[in-house]
Ligand binder design. Structure first.
Ligand code: NAD
Length: 341
């Protein structure tokens, strides 16, 4: 199949080209993000392949449909950036990579917890400057602390397994409890109970209309003073504006983010010579107890290999049969996502 691969970086090209030796699709790598201004680039292709910040809204889908595109292959698990209802109406099939390495994201999540707690980001800079003072670097034992996991699917479950190994008491909140977590002895509680009892709250549910700003000023108020909040799922699950006063007051004692609700204008690009125009993001960077990574939790060699192989396998299955087991079906996906900005 001739595929326009949007939002590609050199590492995408490396892993997709290597995997394609077993598939032999015609891959054309485009650096541009798919959005209304770039959708014309898909002219002449049979399918498009996109990533987390491509904007696959109704307008883009209509233009793709006019150009004869029948397949959208996501190189990721989350599909909040695709209007699934519009795709369904237009007869466009959307496939994704539902699991490529929950370990990659879970391990990064725990890295953020450990780094924030022991102030590794600050210690690194201090030692390089010959400052060996420990003042301000005091941490706490994770052992015995209560960690609340919101969403115990593939990633949340691995986080639970790691933290159980650390001797944490793990609480969970999910619409459907996971037997693997129950076997670990993890208690499922209401979201209110999780927020009020946890020393650390970590988010692993998908972004849907129901989870949009799930963590907001009210839910932050419910949390313990000095709570550690981690989000490696999707930015808009957290109301970022609400986080800033909570950081200033000390309500939130630590904030670890791998995702940000306006990340589409920032992440995956080298903007180091530019002035960041996003004042909320810039304010977050001023706090010593905030650690932000630019959507890199998935970024391991294992994950990129799996993403490339599954993406091409999905495309081949669709090409041969018109179906794919990793197809996102309107009736089974929890919502018709419209958060495709
Ligand atoms: P998953 O589908 O296996 O698990 C999601 C869990 O969330 C499910 O158990 C589901 O029941 C639960 N859930 C859904 N709606 C909920 C709600 N309203 N309240 C509470 N729980 C709810 O997904 P996963 O593979 O574990 O991935 C989780 C999320 O992580 C993805 O949706 C994606 O947004 C994000 N992600 C981020 C990265 C990254 O690099 N930062 C990489 C991969 C995935």
């Amino acid at each position: 199949m001739k595929i326009a691969v949007f939002s590609t970086k050199p590492y995408d090209q490396t892993f997709l080209s290597l995997a394609n030796q077993s598939f032999d699709h015609e891959l054309v790598f485009l650096e541009s993000r798919l959005e209304e201004q770039t959708v014309q680039l898909a002219q002449g292709f049979s399918a498009v392949c996109v990533f987390v910040n491509d904007m696959v809204n109704r307008q883009v889908l209509e233009k793709l449909s006019e150009q004869g595109i029948r397949l959208i292959a996501l190189r990721c698990a989350g599909f909040n950036n695709v209007d699934i209802k519009a795709a369904d109406e237009l007869g466009i099939t959307v496939v994704r990579v539902p699991a490529y390495s929950p370990y990659a994201v879970a391990e990064h999540t725990v890295s953020l917890m450990l780094a924030l707690n022991r102030k590794i980001h600050r210690a690194y800079n201090r030692v390089r400057e010959g400052n060996f003072s420990l003042e301000g670097l005091l941490g706490f034992d994770l052992h015995g602390k209560t960690v609340g996991i919101v969403g115990t699917g593939k990633i949340g479950t691995v986080v639970a397994q790691i933290l159980t190994g650390f001797g944490c008491e793990v609480l969970a909140y999910d619409l459907s409890p996971n037997p693997t977590c129950e076997d670990l002895g993890i208690a499922y509680v209401t979201l209110d109970e999780l927020l009020t009892q946890s020393n650390i709250v970590t988010l692993h549910c998908p972004l849907t209309p129901e989870t949009h700003h799930l963590i907001n000023a009210d839910s932050i108020n419910q949390m313990r003073d000095g709570v550690m909040l981690i989000n490696t799922s999707r930015g808009a699950i957290l109301d970022t504006q609400a986080v800033i006063p909570a950081l200033k007051s000390g309500k939130i004692g630590y904030l670890g983010l791998d995702v940000y609700e306006e990340e589409g204008d920032l992440f995956f690009e080298d903007l180091s010579s530019q002035v960041i125009q996003d004042d909320v993001f810039s304010r977050l960077l001023t706090f010593p107890n905030v650690l932000i990574t630019g959507h890199q939790a998935f970024f391991t060699d294992n994950a990129l290999k799996n993403i490339a192989e599954t993406t091409l396998d999905n495309i081949t299955a669709y090409e041969k049969t018109g179906h794919c087991e990793n197809q996102i079906k309107l009736e089974t996906c929890c919502v018709a996502s419209v958060d495709a900005k």
